[in-house]
Design a binder for this molecule. Structure first.
Ligand SMILES: NC(=O)c1ccc[n+]([C@@H]2O[C@H](COP(=O)([O-])OP(=O)(O)OC[C@H]3O[C@@H](n4cnc5c(N)ncnc54)[C@H](OP(=O)(O)O)[C@@H]3O)[C@@H](O)[C@H]2O)c1
Length: 331
C-alpha cells in the first residue's frame, strides 16, 4: 500500500488495528475485550471478479490478469481487499494467495477479509461446513490467521439454523476464540434478515450489496442501525455489479442478471444528466456511496490492473452539487 493523503485511513467500526484505542472505544460494549481496531480506506477492492465467474459477470478473467490486478491493488492507495470462499469456488482466494506468496504474506497495513461459505454442491450450511470453509481459506491464502471473516449469504439457510447451538455463527465465534479469526462479520442480501443478524450483537462488521446505489436504496435502514451500533459498515457493488460503471449499453446487467427495461432507461437518463455536467456516470455512482457518512468503506469489484488508477480518478472527480438533486429526481 502506498499512502495517499486523498485516501486517509479510517477505523473500521468495531474491528481495528490499535489495541489501546479499542480498549477505550469498546469498553461500553463490554463483551469484546480482545478486539483490535483496523484502519481501512474508504474504498475496498472487491475480488469477486478475480475468481473467474463467467456465470455471474458474463466474462472470464485469466489467472495472469487476476494476479496483475492483485499486485496493482497492493501497490494502490487502498488498503482493504474483500474476497470469499465461494468466489470461483476458492479461485479468487487461490489467486490472491499466489500474490501473497510473492509478498511474504499480507503486507503491513493491508486488511484482507474473506467469507465463510456453504458447500457449493450440497448446499450444506452447517457449523462443520463453516469450519471447513475457513480452513480452506487459510490454506488457499497461505495464512495462519484471518483478520475478518464474514458469515456469507445466510439467506441460504434459516436465521434459526444459523444461530443454533453448534451452528455456523457459533463455529465462527469459536474460531475467533481460538485465534484463527480476529473478527466476525455478516454479509448478505435480504435487508430484513441482515438487520436480524446485526441485532444479535454477534457481529462486528456488515456488508450489504447492490442495495444502496444510484438506483436502489433498500439497504437504508440497515445502514442506519449498523452505523448506530458501531459496526464496520461496507457497501458492496456501488455499480450494481457493472451497469453504473460500464454504462447501460455496454453492460445492461444489474445484480448479476439482465437489467429490466425500466432500470436501463433510468440509468440512461442518469448518464445523460452526468454528461451535461461533465461527470462520468461511474464517478457519480461511486461518490454516491463514498459521501454517505454511515459507510466506512465501499467495495468496488474489478479485474484489471488499470481499474485502480481509474477508481482513484473516479473517487476524486469533481461533482457539482447541482448534479445530486438532478439524479435524485430521475425515477
Ligand atoms: N454477499 C456479499 O458479501 C457480496 C455480494 C456482492 C459483492 N460483494 C463484494 O463486493 C464487490 C463489489 O461487487 P461487484 O464486483 O459484484 O460489483 P460492482 O463493484 O458494482 O461492479 C463491478 C464491475 O464494475 C466494473 N468496474 C469497476 N471499475 C470500473 C471502471 N473504472 N470502469 C469500468 N468498469 C469498472 C468491473 O469490471 P472489470 O471486471 O472489467 O474490472 C466489474 O464488472 C465484489 O467484488 C465482492 O468483493 C460481496
Amino acid at each position: 500500500m502506498s499512502y495517499d493523503p486523498r485516501f486517509p485511513l479510517r477505523t473500521f467500526g468495531l474491528t481495528g488495528l490499535s489495541v489501546t484505542s479499542i480498549c477505550i472505544g469498546c469498553a461500553p460494549l463490554g463483551d469484546m475485550p480482545e478486539t483490535f481496531k483496523y484502519s481501512v480506506t474508504e474504498i475496498c477492492i472487491g475480488c469477486a471478479p478475480l475468481g473467474d465467474m463467467p456465470e455471474t459477470f458474463k466474462y472470464s478473467v485469466t489467472e495472469p490478469q487476476a494476479l496483475e490486478t492483485v499486485r496493482a491493488a497492493l501497490a494502490s492507495p487502498f488498503n482493504f481487499l474483500d474476497t470469499a470462499a465461494s468466489y470461483g469456488d476458492g479461485e479468487s482466494e487461490r489467486r490472491i494467495g499466489l500474490v501473497l506468496k510473492e509478498t511474504g504474506g499480507v503486507p503491513a497495513g493491508v486488511v484482507l477479509d474473506t467469507k465463510a461459505d456453504r458447500d457449493p454442491y450440497s448446499g450444506d450450511f452447517s457449523g462443520e461446513q463453516m469450519r471447513k470453509s475457513v480452513e480452506r481459506s487459510l490454506r488457499l491464502l497461505g495464512l495462519d490467521r484471518l483478520a475478518l471473516v464474514y458469515l456469507h449469504d445466510p439467506e441460504n439457510t434459516t436465521f434459526e439454523a444459523a444461530m443454533a447451538k453448534g451452528g455456523p455463527v457459533e463455529v465462527l465465534l469459536d474460531m475467533k476464540q481460538q485465534g484463527l479469526i480476529e473478527h466476525v462479520g455478516v454479509a448478505g442480501g435480504p435487508i430484513d434478515l441482515m438487520i436480524r443478524f446485526v441485532e444479535t450483537g454477534a457481529f462486528e462488521a456488515v456488508i450489504t450489496h447492490n442495495r444502496y446505489t444510484l438506483i436502489e436504496r433498500s439497504a437504508d435502514p440497515l445502514l442506519t442501525m449498523a452505523a448506530e451500533r458501531g459496526l464496520g459498515v461496507a457497501n458492496a457493488a456501488p455499480y450494481g455489479s457493472g451497469i453504473l460503471a460500464k454504462g447501460p449499453d455496454n453492460y445492461p446487467r444489474y445484480m448479476y442478471g439482465q437489467a429490466s427495461p425500466a432500470q436501463i432507461d433510468r440509468v440512461r437518463r442518469m448518464q445523460t444528466a452526468c454528461q451535461r455536467h461533465g461527470v462520468p456516470l461511474a464517478a457519480a455512482a461511486l461518490q454516491f456511496s463514498l459521501r454517505d457518512p454511515r459507510l466506512h468503506t465501499t467495495i468496488v469489484g474489478m479485474s484489471k490492473p488499470q481499474r485502480l488508477a481509474e477508481t482513484e480518478a473516479l473517487a476524486t472527480h469533481p461533482i457539482p452539487d447541482a448534479l445530486w438533486p438532478e439524479l435524485e429526481a430521475i425515477k
